[in-house]
Write a protein that binds this ligand. Structure first.
Ligand SMILES: Cc1cc2nc3c(=O)[nH]c(=O)nc-3n(C[C@H](O)[C@H](O)[C@H](O)COP(=O)(O)OP(=O)(O)OC[C@H]3O[C@@H](n4cnc5c(N)ncnc54)[C@H](O)[C@@H]3O)c2cc1C
Length: 386
């Protein structure tokens, strides 16, 4: 067992960090307040090959590994600690990966080159207002007729709706093509956000303000059959494959954010004094630091293992990606909370730059890329055969 990164992986971390210092750091603070990731950054990240790095060179991508993608995810979240840029990145990366893996040549050639260069966005539209965890219970319908699939229904809490509409792009959308088929009656379709018949409403969120979350309503939306991903009625499996991969990048982003915030906390407790001592000299503070640092290290190792399993196409990937998604956001929130307490009253001001991280992290506790109990369900089923 070798715990070191390869030279190439180290180089990717270093060059990504340098790129982000130049292009993301100057705008990072404005992303939460302006509720927008600057297009100039997305295009620059595209030309640097890191906005959707798993895309094949055939489509203008960098064809990096999952470990590389996880490293990039960490680095992005270290810089934009609101989580918004990480979310944009990880959706674009994992769902382009699914389109590339299961889509036909026509749709791949049409969509992937623009995603690779940062021009277009791709996300997932699975959840409906009646529930997100039970994917098999979705109601949005897809009727295949005369070379088209006609979509009716409504999706909720869909990330990147406005970005796909404004920048171009769309969502891999799950629709029921066999209403009695349960999870075997679901088809995945690439639906461009500007398709006639789509209505979109932005939800007012509490965090990760730089990327929208939307209600998407489909009124007889006609999509060419070529946009169906893979086989009809197999969409559930493609979506689960996508979630298994996306969760690694979520965990990596949480770890990156944790790294950045814990370092900020360490710098603070080294210089702030109370009762004539530096805060770091109080064991109530220093022991908490060591506990959090250890938890973060555990979370990183788990996430790297999941990335390794993705790169080696392991059957155990779904278990470890669920484990990493289960742990990393909880550890991240604990780190943000404790660093806020070390900062005292200052942390409660937006100027301290900590509260936006707490708001961003919460999205991964309440549901995004699967609720925590669903991670528990996956893990317990795997080991208990329930
Ligand atoms: C910021 C944000 C962005 C999102 N972006 C997207 C997106 O881009 N695309 C998309 O499709 N969806 C998106 N979602 C939705 C997300 O996928 C759902 O929140 C998630 O699947 C959970 O669904 P739900 O919120 O309807 O909760 P529910 O499914 O109603 O679950 C509610 C609670 O019950 C628990 N629960 C449910 N079933 C069980 C069970 N069997 N055992 C134990 N506990 C259970 C859950 O853990 C949860 O705590 C986003 C959500 C958020 C918050």
């Amino acid at each position: 067992m070798d715990f070191s990164f390869s030279e190439e992986e180290q180089l990717i971390r270093e060059t990504t960090a340098e790129f982000l210092k130049r292009y993301l750091e100057p705008v990072a603070d404005s992303i939460d307040t302006n509720e927008k990731i600057p297009e100039s950054f997305l295009m620059a990240a595209g030309s640097h090959g890191i906005i959707s790095p798993l895309i094949d060179t055939l489509y203008g991508g960098s064809k990096l590994s999952f470990m590389d993608a996880a490293i990039i995810s960490e680095e992005i979240a270290k810089v934009d600690t609101s989580m918004a840029t990480s979310v944009y990145y990880l959706l674009n990366t994992s769902w382009a990966y699914i389109l590339q893996k299961y889509g036909n040549n026509f749709i791949k050639s049409k969509i992937l080159p623009d995603i690779a260069i940062g021009k277009k966005f791709i996300g997932i539209a699975s959840t409906e207002a009646s529930g997100g965890s039970d994917v098999a219970a979705i109601k949005t319908s897809g009727e295949i007729k005369d070379g088209k699939i006609i979509i009716n229904g409504e999706k909720a809490y869909i990330s990147g709706g406005i970005e796909a509409k404004n920048n171009g792009g769309g969502h891999l959308t799950l629709v029921k093509t066999d209403k009695n088929g349960g999870h075997k009656g679901i088809t995945m379709v690439y639906v461009p956000a500007d398709s006639p018949g789509i209505e979109m409403y932005k939800i007012n969120n509490m965090g990760r303000m730089g990327i929208s979350t939307c209600i998407i309503r489909y009124n007889n939306v006609e999509i060419p059959e070529e946009n169906i991903i893979g086989k009809v009625n197999k969409g559930f499996y493609y979506a689960m494959d996508g979630f298994n991969h996306a969760r690694i990048l979520v965990a990596a982003a949480c770890n990156g954010l944790s790294d950045s915030i814990l370092e900020k906390g360490l710098n603070y407790i080294k210089q702030r004094s109370a009762f004539g001592k530096k805060l770091e000299e109080f064991q109530g503070v220093s022991f908490k630091f060591s506990e959090l640092k250890t938890e973060l290290e555990m979370s990183k190792l788990l996430t790297y293992k999941a990335a390794y399993l993705a790169d080696t196409d392991s059957n155990d990937l779904y278990i470890y990606s669920a484990m990493s998604k289960f742990k990393a956001p909880q550890i991240a929130l604990d780190i943000v909370k404790n660093v806020m307490m070390w900062f005292g009253a200052y942390s409660y001001s937006t100027e301290a730059g900590l509260e936006k991280s707490a708001r961003g992290i919460f999205s991964y506790l309440v549901g995004a890329e699967g609720a925590l109990n669903i991670m528990n369900l996956i893990i317990s089923k795997a080991f208990m055969g329930l």
